[in-house]
Design a protein around this ligand. Sequence first.
Ligand SMILES: Nc1ncnc2c1ncn2[C@@H]1O[C@H](COP(=O)(O)OP(=O)(O)OP(=O)(O)O)[C@@H](O)[C@H]1O
Ligand SMILES: O=P(O)(O)OC[C@H]1O[C@H](OP(=O)(O)OP(=O)(O)O)[C@H](O)[C@@H]1O
Ligand SMILES: [Mg+2]
Length: 286
Amino acid sequence: METKLRIALQKKGRLFEDSYALLREAGIKFNLGNGRLVASATKFPIEVLFLRDDDIPQTVNDQVADIGIVGENELKEKGFKLKTVKKLGFSKCRLSLAIPKEIEYPGLSWFNEKKVATSYPKILKDFFSKKGINAQIHEIAGSVEIAPGIGLADAIFDIVSSGSTLVANHLKEVEKVMDSEAVLVSSQNLPPEKEAILDQLIFRINAVMASSSNKYILLNAPNDKVEQIVKILPGMKSPTVLPLAQKGWSSIHSVIKEDHFWEVIGQLKENGAEGILIVPIEKMIL
Ligand SMILES: Nc1ncnc2c1ncn2[C@@H]1O[C@H](COP(=O)(O)OP(=O)(O)OP(=O)(O)O)[C@@H](O)[C@H]1O
Ligand SMILES: O=P(O)(O)OC[C@H]1O[C@H](OP(=O)(O)OP(=O)(O)O)[C@H](O)[C@@H]1O
Ligand SMILES: [Mg+2]
């Protein structure tokens, strides 16, 4: 029987879309029959278990799944000793303390003897004990931001990303406790044949992630400016320079980080670059 790696993914919610897209771009497609909790991939030895994100750390810890994609916040809250194989760069947020915006915040000591509502009691308890703060932690599963407004708590500890939920609930962020992003985690002792499949998966994920942050650039330049432009565009090894049919001109091809492009576009133009094209890269094997 073929060995398969079992991955736990969030069934629906913020992690699902990006997890599913990442695996699809890595050439791993699942037939998502509606309501199914398990699905097998075509053309790669992996099957997926669809769960609530809260349950993913335990599922991997108990080796019901071999690997999983979950937020670092959930991973830390559940406290299992799992291996963080790779940070995936999406679902970036932070866990912060927030208080009613009209309160003058004097510092962390304000939280002594206060009641704080949160869905992450373990992380908060660890933080307060490390800082010597004696506060009452009140665990609620969701809609944490309304707690101060309905008199359930004096403050909250919750996920913040844009901050708009805090603003909508007349709260202000006063202390960031941790940053979080989606991570690929695995149980500590995978058998060698599963490690081998995981290595192939990581290779593909690296190729997808490298391509999404890099673009292919093509431009035309006068021959006497090629050396200067090549210095600006180092590329993976070195840019490709091809002679144009038009005498005295060359075409230069290279790879560039998207944000770096906007920093050098001025220099490229100053050196006579014309016909500058930026093309997305599908995959990039470093
Ligand atoms: N506003 C946000 N911006 C960025 N990442 C977020 C945001 N909210 C949540 N996340 C990340 O996505 C993960 C899943 O969030 P989601 O809201 O889908 O969870 P949930 O409501 O607990 O869903 P489930 O029913 O699966 O438990 C969170 O644990 C966190 O890592
Ligand atoms: O700082 P912001 O950009 O406002 O994001 C923070 C909010 O995002 C999440 O809620 P979500 O929108 O996922 O709804 P949920 O509470 O149902 O999970 C989280 O629970 C926060 O409430
Ligand atoms: Mg959840």
